[in-house]
Design a protein around this ligand. Structure first.
Ligand code: PGA
Length: 258
């Protein structure tokens, strides 16, 4: 059975950047979306700005997301934020399992899976990050490592409406380095295969984003690789012009080599 075409999505991960004055940048992003009708745009500011950004984006084409959530809906978890709280603040998506959470906060695949379930419980779209380290790639283990992360981080019963996978090689994040289009194609092809094998038609419909040093200058090349359905953008998403230019790749129909 043929699956529905996947609508591309570009998400900006602001990480620990942004103060209340950054609302002006969000306003510029919103103002630039009028001709971006073929791509979903999500901005994930720090939690302190979520409610303000969600209010500013209401009625626009931009959706607002969190950068992490706790697996429990509420309780004695000092400093943590639940998926329900993100939803309540106006978020419609949440990034889970970002490598900076996995490495800096010791998050395991099982932790990430629990967070994906929390996102589903709260009605948030989960953007689940996976990716190999430089050492993994050098050792020829990239596909095995990412495959295992994918299997371990995704819960059963996931659907294209509640889950997106973001492939982010750790060595590409914030480094200015990117994998070759062939390497991206190989990895996204493997992820697609495993999603389809596990989730059937739903797996065919799930979007797979590429992340790691995406910029206006390399976005077209990366986004036109088969099975790349958009981007998770860090540094470049802090500037409205750069984020819009990356999303602008989807103004033209993608050119696939076959
Ligand atoms: P970068 O970050 O675009 O700055 O490399 C991507 C990410 O960590 O999501």
């Amino acid at each position: 059975m043929a699956s529905a075409p996947r609508r591309p999505l570009v998400a900006g991960n602001w990480k620990m950047n942004g103060l209340s004055g950054s609302a002006a940048e969000l306003a510029r992003i919103i103002a630039g979306t009028h001709d971006l009708t073929a791509v979903d745009l999500v901005v994930c500011p720090p939690a302190t700005l979520l409610a303000q950004f969600a209010a500013a984006a209401r009625g626009s084409a931009v959706r607002i997301g969190g950068q992490d959530c706790h697996a429990e809906p509420a309780g004695a978890f000092t400093g943590d934020i639940s998926a329900e709280m993100l939803k309540d603040a106006g978020a419609s998506a949440v990034i889970v399992g970002h490598s900076e959470r996995r490495s800096g906060h010791g998050e395991t695949d099982a932790d990430v899976r629990a967070k994906v379930l929390a996102a589903r419980r709260a009605g948030l779209l989960a953007i689940v990050c996976i990716g190999e380290s430089r050492a993994d790639r050098k050792a020829g283990q990239a596909l095995a490592v990412v495959g295992a992360q994918l299997d371990g981080s995704l819960p059963d019963g996931a659907s294209a409406a509640d889950l997106i996978v973001a492939y982010e090689p750790l060595w590409a994040i914030g480094s200015g380095l990117t994998p070759t289009p062939d390497d991206v194609a190989e990895m996204h092809g493997l992820i697609r295969q495993r999603l389809a094998a596990r989730f059937g038609t739903a797996g065919q419909g799930m979007r797979i984003l590429y992340g790691g040093s995406v910029k206006p200058s390399n976005a077209a090349e990366l986004m036109h690789v088969a099975d790349v359905d958009g981007a998770l953008v860090g540094g470049a998403s802090l500037k409205a012009g750069e984020l819009l230019s990356i999303a602008g790749v989807y103004r033209q129909p993608p050119v696939h080599s076959d």
